[in-house]
Design a protein around this ligand. Sequence first.
Ligand SMILES: *[C@@H]1O[C@H](CO)[C@@H](O)[C@H](O)[C@H]1NC(C)=O
Ligand SMILES: *[C@@H]1O[C@H](CO)[C@@H](O)[C@H](O)[C@H]1NC(C)=O
Ligand SMILES: *[C@@H]1O[C@H](CO)[C@@H](O)[C@H](O)[C@H]1NC(C)=O
Ligand SMILES: *[C@@H]1O[C@H](CO)[C@@H](O)[C@H](O)[C@H]1NC(C)=O
Ligand SMILES: *[C@@H]1O[C@H](CO)[C@@H](O)[C@H](O)[C@H]1NC(C)=O
Length: 429
Amino acid sequence: MAASHRLILLVLCLTATAASAHNITAILDGRSEYTLYNSYLSETKVCDEINSRSSVTVLVLTNGAMSSLVANLSLADIKNALRLLTLLDYFDEKKLHSIGSSSQLTTSLYQTTGQAAGDMGHVNITDLRGGKVAFASAAPGAKFQSTYTKRVADFPSNLSVLEVSDPITFPGLFGAPSASSANITDLLEKAGCKQFARLIVSSGVVKTYQAAMDKALTLFAPNDDAFKAKDLPDLSKLTSADLVALLQYHALPQYAPKASLKVASGRIPTLASTAAGKYDLAVASSGDEVTLDTGVDKSRIASTVLDDPPTVILTVDSVLLPHVLFGGAPSPAPAPGPAADVPASAPAPEGSAPAPAPKAAGKRKKKKARSPSHSPPAPPADSPDMAPADAPTEDAADKVESKKNGGAAAAVSFAASVASVALAVAYLL
Ligand SMILES: *[C@@H]1O[C@H](CO)[C@@H](O)[C@H](O)[C@H]1NC(C)=O
Ligand SMILES: *[C@@H]1O[C@H](CO)[C@@H](O)[C@H](O)[C@H]1NC(C)=O
Ligand SMILES: *[C@@H]1O[C@H](CO)[C@@H](O)[C@H](O)[C@H]1NC(C)=O
Ligand SMILES: *[C@@H]1O[C@H](CO)[C@@H](O)[C@H](O)[C@H]1NC(C)=O
Ligand SMILES: *[C@@H]1O[C@H](CO)[C@@H](O)[C@H](O)[C@H]1NC(C)=O
């Protein structure tokens, strides 16, 4: 027993180190003088940006220095301050002192945000007279107020953690757009997402987004080119309830900036999700690219429009087509057509998508039978009167799903959905 437990633990430890080179949160965890710094690293998710880098130096502030920095700043500004304190090169104490009488310019995470104009996200490391090493932004007018005080931790050539006296700032660093004063539609229009802005206003979904912003919101706004794509289904044919579901599908009830999506795994629920597995998304990343996969189409994350924790607005270059609404439509015709939502949904799935297919077919069948009360975001609640038809359909599909694994899955789920559709039709007749 004990031996096998130890073995399992060992295996877990090995996979943990293989998955991530370092975890800055865990490194700072036991150090009471940096708790404030560490909690802001987590809240702003800058920790995910740091952990994804392989050669990095984190300049940390004590609780005292950190509390005066954050006093009057929005989380958007605090996030940028933390990024300017993260150098994309490895500097330990020895390397700092080897700079000697010269100086060295290095890049910070802030430079990678796209918000840095010119050199502002570069950091000049200079050995001041008296052996003091100091850091300043390479922006004109920046002062060497941030000096090296002590070594905190180092993992040679990967991660160095050093304590400094003060933040690195420059005139103009603070004042990033904040979520509380932002006008979402205005921001989206300026970011080239006019069509999406129009849709969220006309459907009223913008109010759902605004309400979610208090807790946490990640918005994926397709740009105007996405709405011109040739293979885009005709969205004007969607019922208004389905359009609402589509737009809610473009948002997550959590704060997930690009760096956090990069390390996300599994399927992610959206604002349209009402039950596990429905209206969710998968995320894949390769290098610096992050792609959202609906099971029907894929969309690349293009840019960040607003990042003020816990709200982030990102642009994407395709409309996200949820499997529930579009899983059965191989052609531009949207799902509501009679033939579109039945067996066609089964051959389509790939990767993790097959599971929802039979269920979706069952649901759509049911919905169509009672078309006047379309209410897609809340299907589970509408069953009582249709119980005979629903129960066997979904049970059959679920049983098959739990048995299948591997390559035969698509064939099995195809058979299952044909069977469940046949069942549903039989009950309806
Ligand atoms: C640290 O960096 C070295 C050289 O780049 C690399 O071989 C090693 O795997 C890294 N270690 C960790 C824990 O990431
Ligand atoms: C890093 O460590 C913290 C706490 O020590 C933990 O909660 C978190 O899940 C870890 N992150 C990763 C990516 O392992
Ligand atoms: C923060 O703002 C308040 C009121 O605007 C001001 O009195 C205070 O001095 C400011 N604190 C810092 C550290 O800037
Ligand atoms: C860094 O700053 C010092 C002092 O202002 C300046 O003399 C030096 O040229 C700068 N170094 C670089 C690489 O920009
Ligand atoms: C937001 O901006 C849009 C477009 O610029 C404007 O029509 C709307 O009135 C603004 N809303 C608020 C609440 O200011």
